[in-house]
Structures are given as C-alpha cells and as structure tokens.
Ligand binder design. Structure first.
Ligand code: PLP
Length: 365
C-alpha cells in the first residue's frame, strides 16, 4: 500500500493531466497572463455554480476576505464578530481593514455558536464573519436573523466549504458576500494562490472589480484605494478544468467520511462528525474528536505511518498577535476544549477504502 498522505495532489493531477496541460499551454500561447478571458469564464461558471449574480476572482482567499470587508464599507473603528476557532486569515482580514475582530465561542460542531452571537453585538458591530469550518455549513438561518435584527452585514468564509450546501443553497450565496479560496489543498484548489468573492449585490461586485485592480474605474482613473489582487489567468485556466469535477470529488469526500464514521463511530473515545438533515458537508477536512489522550494517539498514528493534523491547536484569542485584544484563557471554553481534542485524518477524493481501514485500525487498536 502506498504511503498515506493528508491530501494527495499528485494523484489528482495524474487523473486530469492531459486536460490541465492543454489548458495551461493555451494560456502560454495566448500570453494574456493577467485578466485573460479564462478569468471571466471562471467567474461566470463559479457564479452559476453558486446560483449568484456576480463573482470576482482575486489573488487569494485571504484577499477575498479583505476585499469583501472593504467593499461592505468595514474599516477603522468597526467591530466584526467571528469565530476564534479558524485559520488565522479569517481574523487577519478583519485586522487588515483596520477593524477589530470580536470573537464568539463555537458549538459542538466546531462552527460559531449562532445562539451566542447576539451577546457580542455592540454599537460598533458592523458585520458577522462566519466560517464554514472543515466544510460544514454554519447555522445560517440564525446568523441571518441576528444580522437582520441588528442591521449587520454577513460575510461568509467559504475557504473550506466549496461544494457545501445549507438547506439547498450553496455556502457563500446566503450572506452579502461569500469568500472562496483556491489554495491547492482546498476542495477546489489551483496550482498556486487564488480566491474569489461571490455576491448578489451589483454595487458590491462593481467595487470589488475596482478594488482588485488598484481601485481603477477605468484605465488610469482611480476611484477607490485598491490594490493589486487579481486572479492569474493561468490559475483560472486550471480551475476551469477542475470545476467540472468538483461535484464528483465532493461526493467521494462524503463517501470517505461515511466509511470513517462507520468504522470509528464505535469507539467510546472518538466523536465522529455528524451531518445534520438539510446540510451537505464538503469535507475539506475529516475531523474527529478524541476525548482522552489525543496526543498519545497522534504519536501512535505517526509510528504507524498514518498522518494526522490538528486544525487548530491554539484558538485565535490566545495567539500572541491578538494580545492587544486582551482576551484570556477561559474566555471561549468550547474553542479551548476543541483545540485539545480535535484530530484531522487523511481526506481527499482519491483516498482508498483500504487506506481508510488501515487508519481506523491503528486508531482503534
Ligand atoms: C485557507 C483559508 C483561508 C485563506 O485562504 P488563502 O487562499 O490561503 O489565502 C481563509 N479562511 C480559512 C478558514 C481557510 O481555511
């Protein structure tokens, strides 16, 4: 059996090599490397996929968050409510626009606890930034209701949830903006960095088109403080090929998760991820909870050549960079518990049943 990896980008490339090579060769021949026609084609395809009106390709998922916050008018002096249990980019984007991340504890499903959001609202709150962590959609009905009550914007971090659905709607299509990442290890990954913002708001889409291109309203005329944050034509060409396979790949991820759940669900020490009714998970990561002695088990896995990872070992409110926000240990007990207990296992569409069986066997022995 070949060595198991957390994710296997080589296996995926091998399966679509001919198409990818042809698509990239076309870009080399055309030489329209910045904002070539493949970018607009991808924006059209991704907006259609999500059932939204607009999509704007940008340089990364992090930039998608930053530009979405800018386009929604969020900046200095504003507060944005988000989860402390996420990748740093979520909170970093809020800080980057000059606003303040206000953390809110998570629930047993690792996502922001929608019931607790309202208690974090102040007169300065301008937006809620939920993260569909690991690919599981947040409780969007409750989040949208709090947002409507307090007139807040909702910016969805969909970096891990490409292909996920909440009550029949794709994640990212429910709030004011959805932010996608095409980092290679995400569900729809390119061969470098890339990102996209989706929205139904014409005004927001127009602003985003300017913001990603130095704030230009027309050539050499600038209306906004923008930046250079365009999605490469080469990356768009690769993504146009890969988008055709995304539903198949997400289905395989779900099948892998079902098999893991069946094998690991028996253990008293392991909590497997539940997918509630009406929800489609996209399983960018397959994450379980080890109630006791996670790190001992992790070592045992490593000794048996079984990879694992902890997303994330230190919640953002406890990170040195956020000392300035004066949070302390004990502020978000669920996030602090989960950082000790979560464990992510190998997950990718090409993962084989025999490999899942081996991983489960080592975990259960
Ligand atoms: C990957 C990720 C991002 C950032 O995306 P990049 O494309 O790497 O900049 C943001 N939020 C979350 C939750 C992520 O997992």
């Amino acid at each position: 059996m070949q060595k198991i990896q957390m994710t296997d980008l080589k296996a995926q490339y091998q399966s679509i090599k001919k198409e990818i090579n042809a698509a990239t060769r076309r870009v080399f021949n055309e030489c329209a490397f910045v904002l070539g026609k493949q970018v607009a084609a991808l924006e059209e395809a991704v907006s259609r996929y999500h059932g939204v009106k607009y999509a704007v390709g940008v340089a990364s998922g992090t930039d998608a968050l930053v530009l979405a916050l800018c386009a929604q008018g969020i900046g200095s002096g504003d507060e944005v409510i988000t989860t402390p249990f996420t990748f740093i980019a979520t909170a970093e984007a809020i800080s980057r626009v000059g606003a303040r991340p206000v953390f809110c504890d998570i629930g047993q499903d690792y996502n922001i606890d929608a019931e607790k959001i309202e208690s974090r609202v102040t007169s300065k709150t301008k937006a809620i930034l939920p993260v569909h962590l690991y690919g599981l959609p947040c409780d969007m009905d409750k989040i949208m209701a709090v947002a409507a009550k307090h007139k807040l914007k909702v910016i969805e971090d969909c970096a891990q949830s490409f292909g996920a659905e909440y009550k029949g709607r794709k994640t990212g299509s429910i709030g004011n903006c959805g932010c996608l990442s095409f980092f290679p290890a995400k569900n729809l990954g390119c061969y470098g960095d890339g990102g996209m913002i989706i929205t139904n708001e014409e005004d927001t889409a127009k602003k985003l088109l300017m913001l990603r291109n130095h704030g230009a309203s027309s050539k050499y005329h600038y209306s906004l403080h923008g930046s250079n944050s365009r999605l490469d034509t080469l990356q768009a060409a690769i993504l146009n090929v890969k988008l055709k396979y995304i539903n198949k790949w997400v289905t395989r991820r779900n099948n892998n998760a079902k098999m893991y759940n069946r094998l690991l669900g028996k253990s008293q020490n392991i909590v497997v991820p539940e997918v509630p009714d009406g929800i489609k998970h996209s399983f960018n990561y397959y994450t379980i909870r080890i109630k006791k002695d996670r790190d001992i088990l992790r070592n045992k896995l490593a000794e048996n050549n079984v990879p694992s990872a902890v997303y994330y070992p230190l919640s953002l409110h406890l990170q040195p960079v956020y000392k300035e926000l004066n949070y302390k240990l004990g502020d978000f007990p669920v996030a602090e518990q989960m950082q000790q207990e979560v464990l992510s296992l190998a997950m990718y569409p090409e993962l084989k049943p025999a490999q899942i069986k081996k991983i489960a066997k080592v975990l259960l022995q």
